[in-house]
Ligand binder design. Sequence first.
Ligand SMILES: [Fe+2]
Length: 280
Amino acid sequence: MSLDAVQANISLHHLEIKSSDPKMLAEFYSKVMNMNIKRLTNQKFLCEGPGRKIIITTGKNKTLGYVGMVCKNEENLERYKEFLKTNKCEINGFVSEFYQSGSFALQDPDKNMICFGVLKKENNFLTKGIYAPLQHLTFASKDVEKFQNFFQKKLGFQVTDRVVKSTGELATCFTTSNHEHHTIACFKSSQNGMDHHSYEAGEWNNIKIWCDHFAKNNVKLMWGPGRHGPGNNLFVFIEDIDGNWIEISAELETVIGRPPKNWPQEEKTLNLWGKAIMRS
Ligand SMILES: [Fe+2]
């Protein structure tokens, strides 16, 4: 029997991000995001810390190579693949440093590559470093309705919350593939791409540790501290040297089978505590 994404219990594991200077960006992540660097090829670097792995490779700044999602075991992956085939998703084989054989990839309507696989046995995370596993990715898109349809109906993600403009148009859609409030979300924007990626530090005190670490590295917060309405998570945001937005989050809501809620597009929805960065 097939499984949808939530039943298959899929989570975000790693990202491939492109940069015109991948070495310099990898050095930023190493220092500021407290990660080790491993050179995979001349122009490809793996940055890793506790619960987080980012591949940085050569390409246009602020573009995504792919999103690396993982299933806990091969049976779930196979049954999820059946679900995608029933929904007539176009699936292609995919090989990476992290996945066992049998991993695959597909493209969303904005041509973002989403990959699914089971980790190789030797693929453990480092334990040394400040805690904050990679947890969600948020796209920017000209068409959030299309994102919602694709992730909900084709990929079997659960819509947990939406932000709706006064015109009725979707400003944001939050979807999940497990018990976390969102694993992939999408903000309405004038262009397609990435909005931000987020690391879940778990507790408020860990956000303090991160902020002190950023200060030591002369990196200013660009937004926060605050608390989002949807997801109810505490947050701070910084920007990397290419202009990618990075979120450190804590207390993200756990969602098990509750119906989605619509939120008005207003400052308080984006930040219950203060100023918002309104995307559109
Ligand atoms: Fe976020």
